[in-house]
Design a protein around this ligand. Structure first.
Ligand SMILES: C[C@H](N)C(=O)N[C@@H](CCCCN)C(=O)O
Length: 639
C-alpha cells in the first residue's frame, strides 16, 4: 500500500503534451545523440583498423565484431547496475560519462602526430595507438551497452498502464530517432554529440518518473532456475512423481507467480537460440561490406551507401506498418510476428547472395596476387633504347625505353637470372621474395647503379593527375628532370583503378534493411509483448545477447574459416542463414502467443491475491481519470 501511494505521488508530478509525458522528449533526443555518436564512430572503425593501424582484413573484421559483441554483452551489466543499485536515471548519467571518456580516448588514439617524431605521416609507435584505441573501445562498449537497456526501459517507465497506444508510438519514434542519429552521424562529426547526449538528458531531470531500484530480477531468475535444476536432480529417482514442467521443481522454495513468469521468459529465450545467425550477417555491413566498398569505384556514392540503411529504415518502417502489413492482413493472411522474422532472415540471406555476386564481379577486375609459394616481378626500363629482357629460364620481354612489362610476371621459384641485350650483354642474378610483388628497374646506364635524391622545396614538378581509387603507380624520373622539363617523368600503372561501381552494393543494402525491418523491429516488439512486466529487462538483455553471439560467430568464421574467396564466405553465410531460418520457422510453428498479464492474473487468482489487484486497479482507474482530464485540458486549450 505504501509503495502504491508513493508511486502515485510521483506519477501525479507528470507533465503532458498532446497526451504524451514531456519527459520522453528528452529521452528520445538523448537516444538520437547517443546513436549519432556511436554510429559516427562505428562507420569508420574498420577503416581505421585497416588503414591507420595497418591490420589485415581478417584482423580488422575480427576486432570490429569483438567490439560490437562487447557492446551487446554489457547491457546485462547495465541492467544489473540499474535494477539492483543505482536505478535507471543515475546509471544512464554515470555510464554516459564513461562513454564520453571512451570517445575522447578513441579520438586521441587517431592523432598520428603524437608519436610521429619523423613527421612522415605514419605513427612511429603503433603499440601506443593500439593500446589507446582498445581502451577507448572498451570504455565505449561499457558506456553504450550499459545505458542501452536502461534508456528504452526508462522511456517505457514514463507511461502508465492504460497508455499502451502511446507506448507503441514511443517505441516506433524511438527506433526512428536511432536511425535519424545514425543517418546524420555519417554526414557530421560525431564527437560533440557525446556532450549533447548528457546535457539533453540532464535537462529533463525534473520531469522524469524515476523508479527506485527494485532489486536484481536477473539474479532472482538465475537463483530460481538453479534451485529447480538442483531440486530436480535431487529427486531424479522414478519413485518421485513427475511434474508438468521442470521449473515446477522450484515450487518448494519460490513464489508461484515468479515461476510462472520464468516459464514465459524461458519459452521466448528458447525461441531466441537460432536468432544470432541473423546478426552474424546483419552486422557485417560495417566490416566486410565496408571493406568490399574500398575495392569499388564511385565518390559520392560512398556517402549514399553509408546512409542507405538509416534512410531506408526511416521510409520502410512507416510503409510496412501503415501499408504492407495491413494490406497482407486484409488479404486474409496471418503474417504473425514470428513469420515476419523468418521472412526477415530470408531477406538477409538474399542480401548476402547479392553481395557474393558483386564480389565475383570485383574479383574479375582485381590484380592476380601471388600465392604464398609464388613471386611476382615487373620490369621497368629507364634505359635510352628498347631492351630485350630474358628472365631465366624462358621468360622473354620486349620493353621500350621508359616503359614497363605489361603486367607482373609470376614465378613459382625465387632465384632468377635477368639478361639484357645491351652491348656487352649484362646478366645479373636475383632472389625474389616469396609471396611478394617486386619491381626491377633497369637504370639509364645499367652498368652503374646510381642513387639519387629528388629534393623538394628547391625545384618541383607539378602534376594535375586524378589518381584512380585502388590503383598503384610507379613514376620514372630521369636524372635530367630538373634541367630538362617535367614532361620527361613517365608514369607506369602497376595496378588498375577499381572499376566496379559502388552503386552495385545498393541492392544488398536494400535487402538487408528490409530484413532488418521485418526481423529487428518485429523482434523487439515481440520480446516486449511476450515478457511479464517485471521481466521485460531480462528479455531485452536476452535479445541483445543474440546480437553479441551473432558477432562472436563472425569473429570465429573470420579467424578460423579463412575461405580463399570472399564470395564463397558470403554464400556460406547465406546458406547457413537459410538453414537456420527453416529451423526457426519450425520452432515458431509450435510457439503459442501469450498474454503475460492474463497468465499473471490467473496465477494471482489461484493464489487468492485478487483483493490487492483490485485495490491497485482502483488506484489506476483514479489515475486514468485524472490523466484524461489532463489530456482534455490540453485539447481544450488547443481548440
Ligand atoms: C541503425 C540501425 N538501422 C538500427 O536501427 N540500429 C538499432 C538496432 C540495432 C540492432 C542490431 N545491431 C540500434 O539500436 O542501434
Amino acid at each position: 500500500k505504501v509503495q502504491h501511494s508513493s508511486a502515485i505521488k510521483k506519477k501525479k508530478g507528470r507533465r503532458y503534451c498532446c497526451g504524451y509525458p514531456i519527459s520522453i522528449f528528452f529521452i528520445v533526443v538523448n537516444e538520437f545523440c547517443e546513436r549519432f555518436s556511436y554510429y559516427g564512430m562505428r562507420a569508420v572503425l574498420v577503416l581505421y583498423f585497416r588503414y591507420f593501424l595497418l591490420w589485415d582484413d581478417d584482423l580488422a573484421t575480427s576486432i570490429y565484431h569483438a567490439f560490437v559483441a562487447l557492446c551487446y554483452l554489457t547491457p546485462i551489466l547495465g541492467a544489473i547496475i540499474a535494477d539492483s543499485w543505482l536505478g535507471k536515471f543515475k546509471t544512464i548519467i554515470y555510464l554516459s560519462i564513461v562513454y564520453a571518456i571512451g570517445q575522447v580516448t578513441m579520438a586521441i588514439s587517431t592523432i598520428h602526430d603524437i608519436t610521429d617524431a619523423n613527421r612522415d605521416g605514419t605513427p612511429d609507435n603503433f603499440t601506443f595507438h593500439i593500446a589507446l584505441s582498445m581502451l577507448g573501445l572498451i570504455l565505449i562498449a561499457l558506456g553504450t551497452g550499459g545505458i542501452k537497456p536502461c534508456v528504452a526501459a526508462f522511456g517505457g517507465d514514463q507511461f502508465q498502464e492504460h497508455q499502451s497506444r502511446q507506448l507503441n508510438t514511443f517505441f516506433s519514434v524511438f527506433y526512428l530517432c536511432i536511425n535519424a542519429g545514425s543517418l546524420l552521424s555519417t554526414l557530421i562529426t560525431p564527437l560533440k554529440s557525446v556532450a549533447s547526449t548528457l546535457m539533453v538528458f540532464i535537462a529533463g531531470s525534473g520531469m522524469y518518473v524515476k523508479t527506485d531500484p527494485e532489486g536484481n530480477i536477473m539474479w532472482s531468475v538465475c537463483k530460481c532456475i538453479g534451485f529447480a535444476i538442483k531440486n530436480r536432480f535431487r529427486h531424479r529417482s522414478s519413485s518421485y512423481p513427475k511434474r508438468e514442467h521442470w521449473m515446477d521443481w522450484a515450487n518448494e522454495k519460490y513464489d508461484k507467480l515468479l515461476i510462472a513468469q520464468i516459464k514465459m521468459v524461458l519459452k521466448v529465450l528458447f525461441l531466441y537460440i537460432p536468432l544470432p545467425m541473423f546478426w552474424t550477417l546483419f552486422d557485417q555491413k560495417g566490416s566486410r561490406w565496408t571493406l568490399q566498398a574500398t575495392t569499388m569505384s564511385g565518390d559520392f556514392v560512398s556517402i549514399l551507401i553509408s546512409t542507405v540503411n538509416p534512410i531506408l529504415i526511416l521510409t520502410l518502417v512507416p510503409i510496412m506498418d501503415r501499408l504492407i502489413f495491413p494490406l497482407i492482413q486484409k488479404c486474409g493472411l496471418n503474417f504473425s510476428p514470428l513469420k515476419r522474422m523468418t521472412v526477415g532472415m530470408l531477406f538477409a540471406a538474399m542480401a548476402f547472395v547479392s553481395a557474393a555476386l558483386v564480389q565475383i564481379e570485383i574479383d574479375k577486375t582485381l590484380p592476380n596476387f601471388p600465392s604464398s609459394s609464388e613471386s611476382q616481378l615487373k620490369v621497368v626500363n629507364t634505359y635510352s633504347t628498347t631492351l630485350n629482357v630474358t628472365i631465366s629460364p624462358n621468360e622473354h620481354l620486349l620493353i621500350e625505353s621508359f616503359g614497363s612489362s605489361a603486367d607482373y610476371v609470376t614465378f613459382d621459384h625465387q632465384d632468377i637470372t635477368v639478361s639484357l641485350n645491351t652491348n656487352p650483354v649484362i646478366t645479373k642474378a636475383f632472389s625474389l621474395i616469396k609471396g611478394g610483388r617486386q619491381t626491377l628497374i633497369i637504370p639509364s646506364d645499367p652498368t652503374v647503379m646510381r642513387d639519387f635524391v629528388l629534393r623538394h622545396g628547391e625545384q618541383w614538378c607539378e602534376f594535375s593527375r586524378k589518381f584512380g581509387f585502388g590503383a598503384s603507380y610507379t613514376f620514372l624520373i630521369p636524372s635530367t628532370v630538373f634541367s630538362d622539363d617535367c614532361e620527361s617523368i613517365t608514369e607506369v600503372e602497376d595496378m588498375k583503378p577499381n572499376s566496379v561501381h559502388m552503386a552495385l552494393q545498393i541492392p544488398q543494402y536494400f535487402l538487408i534493411t528490409t530484413g532488418e525491418v521485418m526481423f529487428s523491429v518485429t523482434g523487439l516488439q515481440f520480446s516486449y509483448s511476450q515478457a511479464p512486466k517485471n521481466m521485460k529487462s531480462v528479455l531485452q538483455a536476452g535479445w541483445l545477447c543474440t546480437n553479441a553471439v551473432g558477432n562472436i560467430i563472425v569473429l570465429i568464421v573470420a579467424e578460423l574459416g579463412k575461405l580463399p574467396k570472399q564470395w564463397a564466405e558470403y554464400l556460406l553465410f547465406a546458406s547457413l542463414l537459410v538453414a537456420v531460418s527453416i529451423i526457426f520457422s519450425i520452432m515458431a510453428y509450435f510457439y503459442t502467443y501469450i498474454d503475460p498479464a492474463e497468465i499473471e492474473a490467473q496465477v494471482r487468482k489461484e493464489q487468492g491475491l485478487e483483493p490487492e489487484e483490485m485495490e491497485k486497479e482502483t488506484l489506476e482507474m483514479e489515475e486514468k481519470d485524472e490523466d484524461q482530464k489532463n489530456e482534455q485540458g490540453v485539447k481544450q486549450t488547443k481548440i
